[in-house]
Design a protein around this ligand. Sequence first.
Ligand SMILES: [Zn+2]
Ligand SMILES: [Zn+2]
Length: 220
Amino acid sequence: MRSLLPQSCQLCGAEGTAGPLCAPCLADLPWLSRDACAVCALPLPCGSVCGACLDRPPRFHRVESVFAYAFPVDALIHAYKYRGRLALARLLGDLLAQRVALDVDAIVPMPLARGRLAERGFNQALEIARVVAARTGVALLPRACRKVTDTPAQATLPWKERASNVRRVFVCDADLGGRRIAVVDDVLTTGATLNELARVLRKAGAAEVRGWMVARTLPR
Ligand SMILES: [Zn+2]
Ligand SMILES: [Zn+2]
């Protein structure tokens, strides 16, 4: 995160910071509590696995998320994805790399369908994953999986429809025999997309699938 040249804070513009954010802005970010569901990272006052994960255990083993999807992280991610502030991949990837446990064998970025890729010009998950792989030394498998259908963006759908929206949209061409895979993405919302990708990765032999997310939405 540190660079030799003083920079200015990406959030408040303070000059002469050692990294992309000044210390007060960094401290004010919506860091996600570690008192959380051991599977889906939902903050929990007590207990270790939330009711939803107990009722219907997901195909992924667990999620690690740095932030709640709240201000100003939501604004940073929005600027990164939709306003092409590509340099933010470095900041978001650095923050993610510092938070995750490294007992995995490879990183798979959440695939983006071709249409969406053409529209946006880059896969936001892949650019973050590149930074995380470089920082942690974990191997990156950028082409292990593909998304074969352009589904409506999850954000446009009611929560109930999100699981069926992503069914059978991923294809995995790699043999992941016995490997522990971390899926990198910017935001975890319902977990439906990660769940579906985890199903496909496990079918391809992955021994374990976890999510490495920059942010996680919290129920209101
Ligand atoms: Zn600042
Ligand atoms: Zn849970």
